[in-house]
Structure formats: structure tokens, C-alpha cells
Ligand binder design. Structure first.
Ligand code: NAD
Length: 460
């Protein structure tokens, strides 16, 4: 047969097939979900090297980062889901209000149906496989749409997923904007999107046409506040780790610092020593430092340095997609660096007098995905906890909340809708069906006469 005559299934065909297959009920039993999750775990275990290499080909991440923060982290989440699956699937029994004391009151998690998972390029394995584990655990069928900006990883996932998961229920659909647009015209029962806020709005609008519930995992500018009580050397290590991991291309990377002038000076001094210790004299030669994903992002990031007061770094090379870890001081709120999420290895410092002016600064802007506060002062912690809004908040470190699976990870306002990780991923893909089970008994029916016509004054 001439391969040109083989018709590829359209987005509509795929969703139609998955919905029919989902309706068979086969994705619901515990045994099926467990088998698929074990398949997903095996996919990650068998192909650790291939997945790591694909990520490196796409992003030129250091191997340590690709393996530890993507492949192994995904494996941990899948394992955690496997261990807890039986427990999570059980209906929960809330307390019973007095009129229902003789009844059974349950919250039964049920799968939504056919879900769509759209991933972003910066962590191209983790951002599709962790949601996929949740979709499977909750008993859904799923279409997986990896990011076309990381094509090696997308192709590898397209090749591997059918080998380890049941293709009747889980399909990979690759492509860019036209393909995703086509997918979004279909009626899904749940959409889980990771990416930037502009496209998040497109996804939300498409979902609204079918009243489809969504999780939107987006980004924004994550602020860092440092006060004088904090040990600046330790703070600098923790902030620089968050900023320069994956060459600054992490959604929860600290985007800018708010601190006073003295703290800024101490931070810059400490940062010079630390960056040399981590990346040597020339970060370009360091195997521990990544690259920018493509020329479009490279040009966007480099432009942000125009006219900036660069205290550290600043060099770049488009041929190598390299931008040196950079720190910028004397930054004004109106500077280009402060207008958009940087999503690259530049860390601006904005001078702020104290915690309340920092809170004021943060509250005048879009709600961040993560807010970082460095202080030993409990009152300062509480000020930020109670008077700011952000997807997550981390006191005295950066990024680490991501791997604490007992708290939900996600945004609020412009940084996102919904959260996931650990049991929250299972909950995200489950509809909590409130269920009341009553007895068909005579005594109950005698009580029921009170609610039925005729509505006499006595009953009132
Ligand atoms: P991207 O370019 O990979 O896009 C994300 C997905 O959206 C892709 O699958 C892509 O095909 C699809 N897409 C792009 N344009 C589209 C359109 N017009 N219509 C429909 N679909 C479209 O990734 P990106 O958006 O550059 O990702 C970076 C952003 O994502 C940053 O803002 C970052 O903070 C955020 N992010 C958030 C998280 C999180 O967990 N909250 C994680 C990673 C990245």
C-alpha cells in the first residue's frame, strides 16, 4: 500500500474513538489504572537515557538537570500515585448533618472522561507525564499534546507512549498551533494546559465553548523579598539556584529581587563568588549550565539587557544560544526587565525600603505563580502570607515547594487556575460526585410526609 494513501486520524477522529472507548467503562477498574501507571513507570525506567538525551538535544540542559529534575522526578510522582491509588480511589465519607443521620453520605471521585493534556517546552517530559499519571489514576482517557518547541522529546514520547500504555485510551497528538487549534475545537471533558498566559486565555475560551473544566498552569514574574535579618550568603545561593537552573527557563524561577540598597550590595558581592564557584571563570564552558531554547527567545531575552546596569555577567552568543548568568542593579519598575516574565538567566534587583513597600509593589502587579520571602522574622513572614496573593509561597528558599507533593502546585489569577502534584493531580482529574444513599423504608417515608403536599399550616 502506498503510504501516501494512508489517512492520518484527525483530532475529531481521535476524540470520537477515545470517547467511545472511555464509555466502555474499561478505564475505571483499579486493576486497569494500576496496569497503565505501572506501564508509565516502566516507560520512564526503561528509557531514562533516551528521554534524558532527547531533553538535552532540545534544550542542552546539563545531564544532571535533565535526569534529576525531569525524568527521575516524574518517576517519583508516578510511583507515589501507584502506592496511593487504592486509597485515593475510595469514596470519602463526610460528616452527616442531622436530617441525614440514617443515610450514607459519600463523595465519590469519578473520571471526567476524555482529557486533553497540553505541555510546554521547558520541562517537556515532566509537564506531560505528571498530568498523564493523574488522568490515568482518576480513570480518564487522554490525548497528550507535547510541545512542538521541544521536538526530539515530543517525537520520543509519541514513539514510546503506545509501547507502554493502552492506545485505545491514550493517544499522543503532535504538532504546533494549527494542530492544537484543531484539538481545541473538539469537545473534551477536561483540559490541562501548561504554558504562557496569552495562550492560556485561548485555551480557556475554547474550553468555555463546551463548558469544559480546565487547569491552567501558567507563569509570570515571581518576586523575591530579602530583608536585613537574612544571611545574604545563604540567600544568594538559594536565589541563584532557582534563577539559573535550566538557564532561567523555569516557570517558578525567581524573576526579580526586592531589597534595600545595603542588601543589594551584599547580594551582588556574594553572587560573584558563588557563580564562579558553580560555573568557573567562563559559564559558557561549564557542563553545569544550560542554553536558551531557540533564537526567538534568545533575542527576546538579550533585548531586555539594552541600557541595563549589568552588575554581573551580560555576555551572550547567539550561535551557541548562550546567555551568561546576569544580575542587573538600579532597576526601575518602568524598565523593560520589569514588564514581562524574563524566562531567561537575568536577575534584576529593585530597591525597596521595607516589607510593606515590597508588599505594595507586589500587590500592584499580576498575582505571581510563586512568591519568595527571605527573612528570619516571623512577623515579616506573616505579613507576606496574609497580605499578598500568589499561587504558592516559599519562605527562605526557592523552587523546592514544587517537589513537596502534599501541597498543591499552581497559580492564581494570571498565573493559573487549579493546582496539582501528589493527590492533587488525582483530584484535578476527578469530579467529586456528592452522593446520598437513602433507605426505601416505611419510617423514613412517614417523616417524608412533612415535605409533601398538602402544605398545611401545621406542617409550616
Ligand atoms: P510552548 O510554546 O511550548 O506552548 C505551550 C503549549 O501551547 C504548546 O503545546 C503549544 O503547542 C501550545 N500553543 C502555543 N500557541 C498556541 C496557540 N496559539 N493556540 C493553541 N495552542 C498553542 O510554551 P510557552 O508558552 O513558551 O511556555 C512558557 C510559559 O509557560 C512561561 O510563561 C512559563 O512560566 C509557563 N510555564 C508554566 C508552568 C507551570 O507549571 N505553571 C510550567 C512551565 C512553563
Amino acid at each position: 500500500m502506498n503510504p501516501e494513501n494512508i489517512k492520518m486520524p484527525t483530532a475529531a477522529d481521535i476524540v470520537y474513538t477515545l470517547r467511545n472507548n472511555f464509555n466502555s467503562g474499561n478505564t475505571r477498574p483499579y486493576e486497569f489504572r494500576l496496569k497503565q501507571l505501572q506501564g508509565l513507570h516502566k516507560l520512564l525506567a526503561d528509557n531514562e537515557k533516551a528521554l534524558t538525551n532527547a531533553i538535552i538535544q532540545d534544550l542542552r540542559k546539563p545531564q544532571f538537570e535533565a535526569l534529576l529534575y525531569e525524568v527521575n522526578y516524574s518517576k517519583t510522582e508516578v510511583l507515589n500515585t501507584i502506592y496511593n491509588l487504592k486509597e485515593w480511589m475510595k469514596p470519602t465519607k463526610p460528616s452527616k448533618p442531622l436530617p441525614f443521620i440514617m443515610d450514607e453520605v459519600l463523595i465519590q471521585p469519578e473520571p471526567y472522561g476524555v482529557s486533553l493534556i497540553i505541555g510546554a517546552w521547558n520541562y517537556p517530559v515532566m509537564l506531560v507525564l505528571i498530568p498523564l499519571a493523574g488522568a490515568i489514576a482518576a480513570g480518564n482517557a487522554a490525548v497528550i499534546k507535547p510541545s512542538e518547541v521541544a521536538p526530539h522529546t515530543a517525537d520520543l514520547l509519541k514513539e514510546l507512549i503506545p509501547q507502554y500504555l493502552d492506545s485505545e485510551y491514550y493517544k499522543v497528538y503532535c504538532g504546533g498551533i494549527p494542530e492544537t487549534t484543531e484539538l481545541l475545537k473538539q469537545r473534551f471533558d477536561y483540559i490541562f494546559y501548561t504554558g504562557n498566559c496569552q495562550v492560556g486565555k485561548v485555551v480557556h475560551a475554547a474550553a468555555a465553548k463546551h463548558l469544559t473544566p480546565v487547569t491552567l498552569e501558567m507563569g509570570g514574574k515571581c518576586p523575591v523579598f530579602i530583608d536585613q535579618s537574612a544571611d545574604v550568603e545563604i540567600v544568594a545561593r538559594r536565589v541563584l539556584f532557582g534563577r539559573f537552573l535550566n538557564a532561567g527557563q523555569s516557570c517558578i524561577a525567581p524573576d526579580y529581587i526586592l531589597c534595600d540598597k545595603l542588601t543589594e550590595q551584599k547580594f551582588v558581592t556574594a553572587a560573584k563568588t558563588i557563580l564562579k564557584e558553580w560555573y568557573g571563570e567562563n559559564a559558557k564552558e561549564s557542563p553545569s549550565y544550560g542554553r536558551i531554547i531557540n533564537e526567538r527567545h534568545f533575542n527576546r531575552i538579550v533585548k531586555l539587557l539594552d541600557g541595563a546596569n549589568i552588575a554581573i555577567g551580560g555576555s551572550h552568543d547567539i550561535k551557541d544560544l548562550f546567555i551568561e548568568p546576569s544580575i542587573v542593579t538600579d532597576v526601575k519598575p518602568t524598565d523593560p526587565l520589569m514588564q514581562e516574565e524574563i524566562f531567561g538567566p537575568i536577575l534584576p534587583i529593585v530597591i525597596t525600603d521595607n516589607a510593606s513597600s515590597a508588599i505594595d509593589f507586589i500587590n500592584k502587579r499580576e498575582k505571581p505563580l510563586a512568591l519568595y520571602v527571605f527573612s528570619t522574622n516571623k512577623t515579616t513572614h506573616n505579613l507576606f502570607l496574609n497580605y499578598t496573593s500568589s499561587g504558592n509561597m516559599l519562605i527562605n528558599d526557592t523552587l523546592m515547594h514544587f517537589s513537596c507533593e502534599t501541597i498543591p502546585f499552581g497559580g492564581v489569577g494570571n498565573s493559573g487556575i487549579g493546582g496539582y502534584h501528589g493527590k492533587f493531580t488525582f483530584d484535578t482529574f476527578s469530579h467529586p460526585k456528592g452522593t446520598l444513599i437513602r433507605k426505601l423504608d416505611k419510617i423514613g417515608e412517614m417523616v417524608n410526609t412533612l415535605r409533601c403536599p398538602p402544605y398545611t399550616d401545621q406542617k409550616l
